[in-house]
Ligand binder design. Structure first.
Ligand SMILES: *Cc1c(COP(=O)(O)O)cnc(C)c1O
Length: 395
């Protein structure tokens, strides 16, 4: 074995250097400039729906500014999908607000609309005020039940911030994920669908809100000939160099999405005859996942070689089943990176005091699931090798 197969490594188009060179040649080596503007226009064209896009230094920054855009302040509550990466929830605490975690439904693994409504009613009853925003996530690219979530959000007049960091290019009823709510968060970290090395963007409803987000992203400078500050701002704008990488990446965005889907269908074909292992798939023709990461579930009764050595050194009170850990270790030895699903936020020590509305779905998935290599650097041969190594771990 001479190479290691990773979950999702960045892959360059070859065009990136041209845009970076342009930035150097024209001395736009700053957090604004022609690449930033052009990257935003290209993203606006891609997402459609007459949305406006602000390019930022990270997806986490985009989430932070979206919450500010929804008026979230200290003491407020925000309803956040529990089954997610911490960056969906942490910016709520940056503002001194409290995330209230909502469990998932079993089909899409995303925010359960029934629990969402129950939580809204209960929070109003317990606190006397409405939560300030709702944050559903497109986990591993899978579209959430955004139509139902939106109709509940509209009923109670609470804005929705879609965390589409993993869902760039996924669609629900043909519409790009991230364009349904008031704001949509995108990430261009090194492991996402496309990369700017690090970076993110916020999809905004109109030019006015784009201007407002831009204001907060650039230290809240008021329009005076001197620096006048009437609000607390942030230094969150994307650099013109990173945006150059983004422009190069936009030329292969569709190709990347197609590749992730292709890898998913290869796994589906090759894993079909293995009993006890299932692959997460679009639950209906309304959902069109970008399959950012292909994910499998292991039946708790499935025996895997080396299970007796799982968790010899490290334990918490909520961890994946031994057969999942044994699969991860076995693949690791074979030069293959895999990773358990996101550990739900309501099981994270840091959020143990946050209110949560649960049905057991995300915790059960966390105990059974594993993410497999899915990125643009994963070849057909790699998938065949990965599946053969999974089979080799079966008794
Ligand atoms: C990656 C990610 C983010 C944050 O994006 P960064 O660009 O890494 O700050 C937010 N939410 C989810 C679900 C993510 O996977």
């Amino acid at each position: 074995m001479n190479k290691r197969i990773y979950l999702c490594l960045a892959h360059m188009s070859g065009q990136e250097q041209k845009y970076i060179q342009e930035a150097f040649d024209t001395n736009w080596v700053v957090p604004l400039g022609p690449n930033v503007n052009a990257f935003e226009e290209e993203l606006e064209h891609f997402v459609g729906q007459d949305k406006k896009v602000v390019a930022l230094s990270a997806g986490t920054a985009a989430m932070h500014l979206a919450l500010i855009g929804c008026g979230v302040k200290a003491g407020d509550e925000v309803l956040v999908q529990s089954f997610t990466f911490c960056a969906s929830a942490n910016p709520v605490t940056y503002l001194g607000a409290t995330p209230v975690f909502i469990d998932s439904e079993a089909e899409t693994w995303n925010m359960d609309p029934t629990l969402l409504e129950r939580a809204i009613i209960d929070r109003i009853k317990k606190t006397g005020k409405k939560p300030k925003a709702i944050v559903p996530v497109y986990l591993y690219g899978m579209p959430a039940r955004i139509d139902e979530i939106l109709s509940i959000a509209n009923k109670y007049e609470i804005p929705v911030i879609e965390d589409a960091a993993e869902g760039l290019g996924s669609r629900f009823d043909g519409q790009v994920c991230g364009t349904f709510g008031r704001y949509g968060v995108l990430s261009f970290n090194g492991n996402k669908m496309i990369t700017t090395s690090g970076g993110g963007a916020l999809i905004c409803p109109d030019s006015e809100s784009k201007q407002r987000i831009m204001f907060y992203a650039t230290q809240a400078r008021e329009s005076y000939p001197y620096y006048q500050h009437e609000k607390i701002g942030y230094n969150y704008r994307m650099s013109n160099i990173c945006a150059g990488i983004g422009r190069g990446q936009m030329t292969i965005l569709e190709k990347h999405i197609a590749h992730h889907r292709h890898i998913h269908y290869l796994y589906k074909e090759m894993l079909a005859d293995i009993e006890g292992i299932s692959l997460q798939e679009n639950p209906s023709s309304r959902s069109d996942s970008n399959y950012w990461l292909s994910t499998i579930l292991l039946d708790p009764d499935l025996r895997i070689k080396g299970e007796e050595h799982a968790y010899e050194t490290i334990r918490t009170d909520c961890e994946p089943n031994r057969n999942v850990e044994a699969t991860r270790m076995g693949l690791d030895t074979a030069g293959i990176e895999s990773r358990p699903l996101w550990k739900p936020m309501h099981k994270q020590p840091i959020y143990r005091n946050s209110p949560c509305y649960l049905n057991g779905v995300s915790e059960a998935l966390f105990k059974r699931g594993l993410c497999l290599p899915s990125g643009p650097c994963v070849s057909d041969e790699d998938v065949a090798y990965i599946v053969s190594q999974i089979k080799a771990l079966l008794p």
